[in-house]
Write a protein that binds this ligand. Structure first.
Ligand code: PPS
Ligand code: ADP
Length: 201
């Protein structure tokens, strides 16, 4: 039996546009990508707080947290990272359909996987934010002590050491966290959302 043939899309009664009207803003995904320690989680949470203060419906999906629940069981080989990002793309799509601004903080090291997620959204709904920071500075920050473990050989395939990070080709925004303050970065992102008309309808 072909299962796909027997599954038919059920349209929602309340639409995404209805939810935009209710919330008084549009929805999108802020896709933060960058090395471990570059500042993805810090930025995603700072933006989330700013949006909350502006009465915007928002949420953060963070790699460390999602890997303890929904994506428990996925590791760090290339196939597992691909599946991790595919699922987060799908979950983000649900949030966007639900009228929210969702910030995702995943290394998402592969260009192809990020581009696949981009194709799941309308043009203005996927905002790729490259959280750029040199490896040596991420390694100095080492907020969780993971670089030290990777250098000691306690963690295999650590991004930037034993596993590659492919820089985005044409992200909507680049935030250089070794140059921009957190406050300036948050303002940059909020201004981008205002300029794109996402914070009103
Ligand atoms: N081998 C290896 N490589 C990279 N990161 C590792 C690894 N092992 C554990 N960790 C921890 O897992 C976090 C990255 O998970 P992600 O889901 O964002 O990774 S990925 O997008 O699937 O590549 C990452 O979180 P961040 O430091 O916030 O990026 C680490 O805390
Ligand atoms: N301008 C900045 N923006 C974001 N984080 C910064 C900045 N400057 C220093 N940091 C520090 O860098 C670390 C980044 O850690 P984290 O946000 O967990 O990164 P990631 O989620 O990319 O692994 C934090 O300790 C944060 O305080």
């Amino acid at each position: 039996m072909n299962i796909k043939e027997n599954i038919i899309w059920h349209k929602s009664t309340v639409t995404k546009v209805d939810r935009h009207r209710l919330n008084n803003h549009r929805s999108c995904v802020l896709w933060f990508t960058g090395l471990s320690g570059s500042g993805k989680s810090t930025l995603a949470n700072a933006i989330d707080k700013k949006l909350y203060d502006l009465s915007v419906r928002s949420y953060v999906l963070d790699g460390d947290n999602i890997r303890q629940g929904l994506n428990k069981g996925l590791g760090f080989n290339n196939d597992d990272r691909k599946e991790n990002i595919r699922r987060i793309g799908e979950v983000s799509k649900l949030f966007v359909d639900g009228g929210m601004i969702v910030s995702t903080a995943f290394i998402s090291p592969f260009q192809e996987d990020r581009e696949t997620v981009r194709t799941m959204f309308n043009n203005d709904e996927f905002i790729e934010i490259y959280v750029k920071c040199p490896l040596n500075i991420c390694e100095t920050r080492d907020p969780k002590g993971l670089y030290k473990k990777a250098r000691n050989g306690e963690i295999q395939h650590f991004t930037g050491i034993g596993s590659p990070y492919e820089e985005p080709d044409s992200p909507e925004l680049v935030i250089e966290t070794d140059k921009h303050s957190l406050k300036d970065s948050v303002n940059l992102i909020i201004n981008y959302l205002i300029d794109c008309g996402l914070l009103c309808i």
